[in-house]
Design a protein around this ligand. Structure first.
Ligand SMILES: [Zn+2]
Length: 398
């Protein structure tokens, strides 16, 4: 099965400056690792140079006033200390940088290219590692996200498809997929499902269990807020129970996934406890259920992940999973050299193994039965709510 992989070196233009967690090195080193594993030579991989997004396409989701502001700052460049709080721009998460409109439009264009690819009758899967900027709101930037490429791509697929087309958006980033949720909150043609660290303990604060959609969209916004420190076994257990059931109840024509990997135990800005081995298992569950319940149409987007070595390893695992090939240890020497050269061992400890385990976290938690019970109790409580209330509501509306 052919996989459309979207890539251009222009992706490094989306750059908030040195010291910002969303460094373009993440994308560069991921590409390098995929290349070191010869994934681009796989006969089933189609490397695609993205097209640009049109303003008309982006305006299906975003407000003109905000787009105009981005355009204005694009040329002036402004100063990284300038702030436009109304638009969410300024020092901190979303500093102003020259070329910011072009960079944001390029990411959107790449997700639209990925969407165009799976809109073709004979293509089934595509992957844009730079996409998944799920926090952006129609009239403002948020959480490193200038434009919501995920929402723009979803709307684009619907615009190009017959009436009655349904899209499921599954978001596994450590942060709640709030932008996409609120944009489609009152609609039933897009079901959003976000697994994330509980909003009481992490940005953006939303994604609570009772945020469940409104009006026409009642029942079509779903959230799985997990406790900080959630480990592979607890996460995978609940994911495996709920995701196929929700897909089966909704039966989407397309699955769009945000594949943030900031749930890793080493991530510098979050507090979850997953490993790259755990990520691989999650990817397998997603990929195996696409032909079963999602019309065999899948659009993968990147997302968060601020330990660069994790981003490179986990997304390489995902691409390998899509291609049906097995890759693994040891990490290629040439890639470790490029990690050192481009990112520097001083920035971050280089990974020593490809598939890591979170045994040291599990061990710590097992010594603390209270904590272990808390994690499982939360998971049980969520599953109960889904099975008794949320999933039957999806079925009823069909
Ligand atoms: Zn995130």
């Amino acid at each position: 099965m052919e996989v459309g992989f979207i890539f251009t070196e222009q992706f490094n233009q989306y750059n908030f400056g040195s010291g910002h967690p969303l460094t373009p090195k993440r994308i560069e080193l991921t590409y390098d690792l995929m290349k070191a594993y010869n994934l681009f030579e796989n006969p089933n991989l189609k490397l695609i140079t993205p097209r640009s997004a049109t303003e008309e396409e982006v305006l299906r989701i975003h407000k003109a006033g905000y787009l105009d502001k981005l355009k204005e700052l694009n040329n002036v460049g402004g100063s990284p200390y300038q702030a436009f709080p109304k638009f969410g721009l300024g020092p901190g998460d979303n500093p102003i940088f020259p070329g910011m409109y072009d960079a944001a439009m390029a990411v959107c264009g790449a997700s639209l290219t990925a969407a165009d690819y799976i809109l073709e009758e004979n293509s089934s899967r595509s992957f844009n590692i730079t996409g998944g900027l799920h926090h952006a709101m129609p009239e403002m930037a948020s959480g490193f996200c200038l434009l919501n490429d995920a929402a723009v791509a979803i709307q684009h697929i619907l615009d190009k498809s017959p009436n009655g087309t349904k899209i499921m958006y599954l978001d596994i980033d450590c942060h709640h997929g709030d932008g996409v949720q609120w944009i489609f909150y009152d609609r039933s043609d897009v079901l959003t499902l976000s697994f994330h660290q509980d909003g009481h303990t992490l940005f953006p604060g939303s994604g609570l269990l009772d945020e469940n959609g409104k009006e026409e969209g009642k029942g079509y916004a779903l959230n799985v807020p997990l406790l900080p420190g959630t480990i592979d076994s607890v996460y995978i257990n609940i994911f495996e129970k709920l995701v196929p059931e929700i897909m089966d109840a909704y039966r989407p024509d397309y699955l769009v996934c945000q594949l943030g990997v900031d749930t890793h135990f080493s991530d510098p800005i979050t507090n979850m406890g997953l490993s790259t081995s755990g990520h691989e298992k999650i990817f397998k569950i997603i990929n195996q259920n696409v032909p079963k319940y999602c019309n065999n149409k899948f659009l993968g987007l990147g997302g968060g992940g601020y330990n660069v070595g994790v981003v490179a390893r986990s997304w390489s695992l995902f691409l390998a999973e899509l291609l049906g090939v097995k890759i693994g240890d040891p990490l290629p020497e040439q890639w470790l050299d490029s990690f050192n050269e481009k990112w520097g061992f001083s920035q971050e400890e280089p990974p020593t193994e490809f598939r890591d385990q979170n045994w040291h976290i599990e061990e710590k938690q097992l010594k603390n039965p209270y904590w272990e019970n808390e994690l499982e109790d939360r998971a049980d409580e969520i599953v109960k709510k889904y099975e008794e209330e949320f999933i039957p509501l999806i079925k009823k509306s069909e």
